[in-house]
Design a protein around this ligand. Sequence first.
Ligand code: Q9C
Ligand code: ZN
Length: 341
Amino acid sequence: METIYTEKHKLRDAKTELCGGELVEPFERPSRAEYVLDRVRETGLGPVSDPDDFGMGPILAIHDAEFVEFLKTAPARWKVAGFNGEAIPTTWVGRRMSHIRPNHVEGQLGYYALAGETSLTEGTWEAAYASAQVALTGAARIRSGAGAVFSLCRPPGHHATADMYGGYCFFNNAAISAQHFLDHGAKRVAILDIDFHHGNGTQDIFYDRSDVLFISLHGDPLETFPYHLGHAEETGSGAGTGFNLNFPMPPDTPFDVWQAALHKGLARIAEYKPDVLIISLGVDTFETDPISFFKLKSDDFLTMGADVASAGLPTHFIMEGGYDVDEIGVNAVNVLQGFER
Ligand code: Q9C
Ligand code: ZN
């Protein structure tokens, strides 16, 4: 299987993450992608290629233009405003407050952030742009006939909505890839999100559409991030009713329980008959992940890959989360090797 990768991800290198009332070293750090790349090479998974440049068009097919401009300019504007640290929001559009966009960069952070842990930094926009190009290149390979491809995206994307960033995500790489397939002849795309966290951004983007089936397996939002979306009752709206399927699961969920949900998701995908399957591949379901609470073991990721292969569909793997950095390479590549066996 070919891997698409660029070292431009290193431009996303925040010094801070707001965690438990402290500014800590971010869990989502450059070494994550390096460890995954090392494992791809070590296992001989396949060639590693640079992305092509598809420009802004496919990003703007998903994201709001003013949001994109905000991400690009906010770090410099934050400095001009006289702030010394990395840009983090301190205000929110609370219940019954106004959705009018403020002029001041501090107010705009509250307007465009869906969470406060993710510092905006110089270089973030360029890394997020490159990450989206990696996903678009992966999509193009599938369009040219590849059975499967691994887009080693960093920063991740599944928490980003059309006009909100957060949860370490800026551009929604999976959504951008899905729309790219639809814009090049696909009739139906399924996105199966197996990151530990609910893919709130992807769900939100496609919630009222039937041309994208979104299925997510994740920690119950009553107990974990993103907290405010991802319940089983969320099944889609309007034309999208029945095309959104959530499997929230409790703390300490072991692989057999998780796998039963996977099989239900795969059955729905078989019924939907998509032209292509996108996997939002997070490996933060691992038992020793520092910010998550499932109990999957490294070998379980091989089984997971084999289960995904049983769908028999062209499959675009897009890297999302996974924060036990020492094991992220083994776990992510296990999914890909399990798929190929
Ligand atoms: N104190 C992805 O996996 N909450 N994002 C962190 C740590 C945010 C995860 C809490 C988790 C975001 C792509
Ligand atoms: Zn995650």
